[in-house]
Design a protein around this ligand. Structure first.
Ligand code: B16
Ligand code: MG
Length: 216
């Protein structure tokens, strides 16, 4: 029986992917690499440093920067991204999110956040969603990022639950793979044909209710 819910942030609770894309595109351009939206799909759910590594590999520049320079590049991208996040308001929560979280709270179903983003607490605060969650996993304390299941196991533990008592919501293949690897039920947020292995696929949280999940 389902006793708790775990949510990815970017692409599930908020459409912050477009701001990641703007900031990465700008940074890539500054070092002579052009990325497009199709390439950006590969960065979803992937940590900041790993995203940078993928961009450099894509542009054939993996060996062009020292560790220090890589840190500065990632910091520059993040500074731009955080500037863009300043414009977020509660209206930027994705469709159905606030109603769904309120429904969970009304039914005493705990919720936690499993996001690769170190900016998750800031974003949840801007969206006025922080009160709905018992906890947010700190991605900097992880040994391995998605698709490793560690972040989802920790998100379940924040609610004092086992992974098989929890339903996970994800928009990235790396996330669905992590959810399934620890035995959670996976709800994918995406289009038909995407997100292999998801137990259920929806386009957003308006398509699902707490009642139908409780019996799972
Ligand atoms: P930050 P999620 C992920 O969020 C994003 O999908 C990914 O594009 C980003 O690189 C990652 O967070 C790290 O974000 O630079 O803010 O720490 O989908 O796991 O909620
Ligand atoms: Mg995501």
């Amino acid at each position: 029986m389902m006793k708790g819910l775990v949510f990815d942030l970017d692409g599930v609770l908020a459409d912050t992917a477009k701001y990641h894309y703007i900031a990465w595109k700008q940074l890539a351009m500054e070092i002579g690499i052009t990325i497009d939206e199709a390439f950006n799909e590969q960065l979803k759910g992937i940590s900041r440093q790993e995203s940078l590594a993928r961009i450099l590999a894509y542009g054939g520049k993996s060996r062009d920067f020292s560790e220090e320079e890589l840190t500065i590049l990632a910091e520059n991208k993040n500074r731009h991204y955080v500037e863009l996040l300043e414009q977020l308001t509660p209206a930027d929560a994705l469709p159905g999110v606030t109603r769904f979280l309120a429904e969970a709270r009304a039914q005493n179903i705990p919720c936690s956040v499993a996001s690769a983003s170190k900016n998750a607490p800031f974003i949840l605060n801007k969206l006025a969603l922080d009160d709905y969650f018992v906890g947010v996993v700190d991605p900097s304390a992880l040994n391995k990022g998605k698709p490793h299941p560690e972040i989802f196991v920790k998100a379940a533990a924040l609610m004092r639950l086992q992974p098989n008592e929890v339903i996970g919501f994800e928009d990235a293949q790396a996330g669905i793979d992590g959810i399934k690897a620890c035995g959670m039920y996976a709800v994918g947020i995406g289009e038909a044909g995407q997100l292999k292995g998801a137990d259920r696929l929806i386009s957003d949280l308006t398509e699902i209710s707490i009642e139908e999940l409780i019996s799972l």
